[in-house]
Design a protein around this ligand. Structure first.
Ligand SMILES: NC(=O)c1ccc[n+]([C@@H]2O[C@H](COP(=O)([O-])OP(=O)(O)OC[C@H]3O[C@@H](n4cnc5c(N)ncnc54)[C@H](OP(=O)(O)O)[C@@H]3O)[C@@H](O)[C@H]2O)c1
Length: 385
C-alpha cells in the first residue's frame, strides 16, 4: 500500500493536494503519515531546486548572447582616428556561424564603411557579378569598381549585382575610378558619365583619380572632379597612388575637399609617413588600402602567424584587423565565398597593443603593385609613399 501511495505522489504537482488529502484519509498509522509527509516535502523541495537550476541556465545563456553581440561588433566604441566609429569588442575571436556574420558591421570613416570589397579587373563578368552578390549577402556595403577603357565588364558586373541585390541606394558606398588616360579636364566628365552608365547609377559615392600619371594635371583634373561633385554625380572625390607630396599638391589645388587616397597598404608596406600626413588636421584625408593582405603574402610572416594563432584567426584576418587599428579602410578583393566570409569575420578580431607593436616591428618591406611611371619611383623611396 505504501508503494502504491508513493507512486501517486509522483504525479504532477497539480494533483499534489488531492494526493495528500487522499493519503491523509487512508493513513491512520502515525508513522506512515510522517513518512508520507517527509516524502512530499522532499518532492516539493526537488521541484523548487529544478526551477532555480533552469532559471540560472537561462541567465547564463542571456549573458553569453550579450557577450557574443559585443565581440561581433554591436555597440559603438572608438579606437581609431577622430572621424571613425568603432565596434565595441572585449574578445578577439568570433564564431563563424551565420549569426556571427550577421551581427558584424564595419566601423565607418565619414560614413564610408571601413571594410569594403575589391572587385577583379581581369576576370569574366560572371565571376565579378557573383562575388559582389555574395558580398552583399554577407553584409558588405562598400564596393570598389574600376573603370577600364578596354573593357567595361567590371563596372557592368558591379552595377548588375547592385541591381539584383535591391538594397536601398543610400545604404551602399560605391566607388570607381577615372583611368589616367582620361584625366584631362575635358575627358573626365565623359569617363565619369560612362561609368555611371555601366553601373546604372545616378551617382557614385567616391570617384578616384586612378594614377597621378599620363593626363593628370592637378588644377585641371581636380576642378573637373569638383564640378561633378557640385552637380551631384559624385558625392566625394578621391585620389589613388598619391605620395604625401602629390597629395599635398592635390589638396591645395582641389576646389573640393579630397576625401580619400587609395594606396597599396599592408603590414609589409605600412605607409607610416603617408598615414601621418593624411591624419593631419589641415589635410584630413581618409586612407584606403588596396592589397590589404599583400595578396596573401602575410601568411609568410612569422610575426603575423603568431598573432593569428593567438587569436585563433588567419593571417589575412590579422592583416585586416591591423589596418582597422591604424584607422585605414581595407578593400580586400575576393570572389570566393569562403574568402569573403573570412575577411568579413576579421571585424570581430580585436588586436591587443602588443600584437600591433609586433606587426609594426616586422622588418620585411615589400611593394607588389609597381609601375615604372609610379610617383614613388620618381625618388625611389618606399617610405615616402
Ligand atoms: N588603385 C589601384 O591602383 C589599384 C591597384 C591594384 C589593386 N587595386 C584594387 O585593390 C583591390 C585588391 O587587389 P588585389 O586583388 O591585387 O589584392 P588582394 O586583395 O591582396 O588579393 C586578392 C586575391 O586574394 C584572394 N583572397 C581574398 N581573400 C582571401 C583570404 N581571406 N584568404 C586567401 N585568399 C584570399 C582572392 O581570391 P578569390 O578571388 O578567389 O576570393 C584574390 O585572388 C582590387 O579591388 C583592385 O581593383 C587598386
Amino acid at each position: 500500500m505504501f508503494e502504491r501511495q508513493m507512486e501517486r505522489v509522483d504525479r504532477p504537482v497539480t494533483e499534489l493536494g488531492a494526493v495528500v488529502r487522499h493519503l491523509q484519509r487512508t493513513a491512520n498509522d502515525g508513522r506512515l503519515r510522517k513518512v508520507i509527509l517527509t516524502a512530499v516535502f522532499a518532492f516539493v523541495v526537488g521541484l523548487l531546486l529544478e526551477a532555480q537550476r533552469r532559471s540560472d541556465a537561462n541567465d547564463t545563456n542571456r549573458a553569453n548572447d550579450a557577450n557574443d553581440a559585443k565581440t561581433t561588433g554591436e555597440g559603438d566604441a572608438r579606437v581609431g582616428t577622430a572621424n571613425q566609429s568603432e565596434p565595441a569588442s572585449t574578445e578577439s575571436v568570433v564564431g563563424d556561424s551565420d549569426d556571427a556574420v550577421a551581427a558584424l558591421s564595419p566601423p565607418t570613416a565619414n560614413e564610408m564603411p571601413m571594410l569594403g570589397v575589391g572587385t577583379p579587373q581581369d576576370t569574366e563578368y560572371d565571376e565579378c557579378l557573383d562575388g559582389v552578390r555574395e558580398a552583399f549577402e554577407i553584409g558588405y556595403r562598400h564596393v570598389d569598381a574600376t573603370e577600364r577603357r578596354e573593357s567595361y565588364y567590371n563596372e557592368k558586373a558591379v552595377g548588375d549585382a547592385i541591381d539584383l541585390a535591391d538594397l536601398p541606394r543610400e545604404d551602399l558606398f560605391v566607388t570607381t575610378k577615372v583611368d589616367s588616360e582620361d584625366l584631362a579636364s575635358d575627358h573626365v566628365r565623359r569617363s565619369a558619365e560612362e561609368s555611371l552608365d555601366h553601373l546604372d547609377l545616378d551617382y557614385v559615392d567616391l570617384l578616384y583619380v586612378h594614377w597621378p600619371t599620363d593626363e593628370y594635371e592637378p588644377e585641371g583634373t581636380l576642378e573637373a572632379f569638383a564640378e561633378l561633385r557640385e552637380e551631384g554625380l559624385v558625392r566625394e572625390i578621391g585620389v589613388s597612388n598619391f605620395t604625401a607630396d602629390l597629395l599635398e599638391e592635390a589638396v591645395e589645388a582641389s576646389p573640393a575637399p579630397v576625401f580619400a587616397n587609395l594606396v597599396e597598404m599592408h603590414p609589409l608596406l605600412p605607409q607610416t609617413e603617408l598615414r601621418e600626413f593624411c591624419a593631419r588636421d589641415d589635410v584630413d584625408v581618409e586612407l584606403v588600402a588596396y592589397l590589404p593582405t599583400a595578396q596573401g603574402r602575410v601568411e609568410e610572416v612569422d610575426e603575423i602567424r603568431d598573432v593569428a594563432d593567438k587569436h585563433d584567426a588567419t593571417p589575412e584576418q590579422v592583416s585586416l584587423a591591423w589596418l582597422r587599428e591604424k584607422g585605414v579602410t581595407a578593400l580586400p578583393e575576393a570572389t570566393d565565398s569562403d574568402h569573403l566570409r573570412e575577411n568579413w569575420l576579421s571585424l570581430g578580431i580585436d588586436l591587443d597593443p602588443e600584437d600591433v607593436e609586433k606587426i609594426d616591428g616586422i622588418d620585411r618591406r615589400e611593394r607588389f603593385v609597381d609601375l615604372d611611371e609610379a610617383p614613388w619611383n620618381r625618388n625611389r623611396n618606399l617610405d615616402r609613399s
